[in-house]
Design a protein around this ligand. Structure first.
Ligand code: HEC
Length: 186
């Protein structure tokens, strides 16, 4: 009989200690921390901000073939640069912020986005079409994804303005400006 009593006594003592601990000041500090200090999903990493830092200003881009030549970008071209480095760099450049690109794994190789020999031949309208509808919609490789529901019309025009600005050889029409309205500074 005695051991059983001791057992219950210890059990009750333990429970009492737990209850006391949860009510103590130390426990209170612990449970009352704001949610963002617990192990819960925090705010998403600010990719845009990192990318801004690693790519310097959006108002210029070094010529991809001869980096000592700095191409200055207007506001819309700069917005296009942002879109490019978020969405397109993974397939349309050989190097990306995260290392080598995917370009060599694709068939056919996507043109480098500054390849004027290929892209200067295309009108703005046909670039807009392949970017928003994807490669398969224009009889090209379906590995070129459609961006019509990812990017706004404005962003697509901006990325085209950026493509025109960095083209080598230069885009002849000089119409690198995206004149559509409605864009706001960040
Ligand atoms: C997953 C890889 C991938 C991504 C991401 C990608 N593309 Fe492409 N893109 C391709 C491939 C592959 C082709 C080649 C299609 C062909 O020639 O059959 C292509 C072709 C193109 C062409 C047509 C070039 C020509 O031959 O006239 C344009 C313009 C283009 N991409 C723009 C973009 C833009 C702008 C973005 C970002 C918004 C983008 N691409 C993102 C894979 C990609």
């Amino acid at each position: 009989m005695k051991p059983l009593l001791v057992y219950f006594a210890v059990l009750i003592a333990c429970l009492a200690i737990v209850v006391a601990a949860r009510k103590s000041a130390a426990a209170k500090l612990c449970w009352c921390w704001p949610a963002n200090q617990h192990m819960v999903a925090g705010p998403k990493p600010q990719i845009e901000r990192n990318e801004y830092l690693s790519y310097g200003s959006y108002d210029s881009e070094p010529d991809w073939n001869s980096p000592e030549r700095i191409i200055s970008l207007d506001f819309n071209q700069g917005q296009g640069k942002r879109v490019y480095y978020q969405q397109c760099v993974w397939c349309h450049s050989d190097a990306t912020p995260a290392g080598p690109s995917n370009r060599s794994n694709l068939t056919p190789d996507p043109p480098l986005m500054n390849d004027g020999n290929i892209l200067n031949r295309e009108s703005d309208a046909s670039l807009r079409k392949i970017i928003s509808l994807g490669g398969s919609a224009v009889g090209k490789s379906a590995m070129m994804p459609p961006y019509g529901s990812t990017l706004s019309e404005e962003e697509i025009n901006d990325v085209i303005a950026y493509i025109r600005a960095i083209a080598t050889p230069e885009y002849p029409n000089g119409s690198t400006k995206n004149t559509s309205s409605g864009s706001k500074p960040l």
